[in-house]
Design a protein around this ligand. Structure first.
Ligand SMILES: C[S@@+](CC[C@H](N)C(=O)[O-])C[C@H]1O[C@@H](n2cnc3c(N)ncnc32)[C@H](O)[C@@H]1O
Length: 278
């Protein structure tokens, strides 16, 4: 998805209650762009939709002619929400997805506990699988294994809340998953999302992530940097803001203005290019 379209989705979903930042939206759209340019096709899946904030963006990644969005949430069965993460509501979700549906998007809704989903039921054709459902270790672990089973060869799993003090269960599930599934590697973490791919295909994504100009195209340049640290036998790329850039000094204010202006001009150029007839 082009960054101009991400901006539109972010604006459109700004009043939708949820936990999905504009930076995470840019990161997902960037993954989608890498997949498009490498002819990686397939559907998108989300476990844990709440009111549809992130699902709206995922719906925009899907080519409605050949791909679909599938989602799973407890919705009206909140007594099964043992980790108390979010509080899905099907009516609100459907209202928020209506415009995309009317425009031709196919959405398969599984209203159930994700632990009861099977690969046979949902299929094995997912290029992007977002996990943001139950946050207990057992819940997140079962979701990770399902995602791994249903992912196309060069697909990506995105895990929400991978390293949050409030949700240590997700961190435990991640570590147990990597112990139990030797095929996958954590490649990048940022904006509260961790991306995993099969080891054989990590390089395909990492070469793009390491390119500052690609990052800037998706508005993830300044003030963010990328460093790498060993994590579960591989180097994990970590998006972070250096300490000195977090302080409100005259130098940093000037830097912010400079980068904001640059970003504004780049966005205007992208808007103009997108508006130009082919
Ligand atoms: C944090 S919210 C999802 C937020 C959403 N992705 C967003 O960006 O706004 C978590 C959702 O997972 C659902 N959920 C919790 N446990 C679940 C389970 N075991 N199976 C399926 N859905 C679950 C909740 O109903 C809730 O809607």
């Amino acid at each position: 998805m082009h960054p101009v379209d991400v901006k539109k989705f972010v604006k459109q979903s700004s009043s939708v209650q949820g936990w999905f930042s504009s930076e995470a939206a840019m990161l997902f759209a960037w993954v989608d762009q890498i997949q498009q340019s490498n002819q990686i096709s397939g559907d998108c899946f989300e476990i844990g939709c709440h009111h549809g904030k992130s699902a709206m963006l995922l719906g925009g990644l899907v080519d409605p002619a050949t791909e679909k969005l599938a989602v799973c949430d407890l919705f009206g069965m909140q007594t099964d929400n043992v980790s108390r993460s979010g509080n899905g509501d099907l009516d609100t979700f459907e209202r928020n997805m209506k415009e995309a549906k009317d425009a031709g998007l196919t959405i398969n809704v599984f209203q159930k506990n994700s632990a009861d989903l099977t690969a046979d039921e949902i299929g094995r054709n997912y290029r992007f699988f977002h996990i943001d459902g139950g946050h207990n270790p057992e819940e997140a672990l079962v979701d990770l294994h399902l995602a791994a089973e249903c992912l196309v060869d060069r697909g990506v799993i995105a895990l929400d809340d991978p390293f949050r003090m409030e949700w240590p269960g997700v961190t435990e599930a991640l570590l147990r998953f990597l112990d139990e599934n030797n095929e996958f590697q954590a490649i990048m973490v940022g904006f509260n999302k961790l991306l995993l791919t099969r080891k054989a295909w990590s390089g395909l994504y990492l070469k793009e992530f390491e390119d500052l100009s690609c990052r800037e195209t998706y508005k993830l340049g300044y003030p963010w940097r990328v460093k790498q640290l060993p994590f579960h036998q591989f180097d994990l790329r970590i998006i972070y803001v250096p300490d000195y850039l977090q302080k409100l000094t005259p130098g940093n204010i000037a830097r912010r203005i400079y980068h904001k202006t640059r970003r504004f001009l780049a966005t205007r150029r992208q808007d103009q290019a997108a508006a130009k007839p082919a």
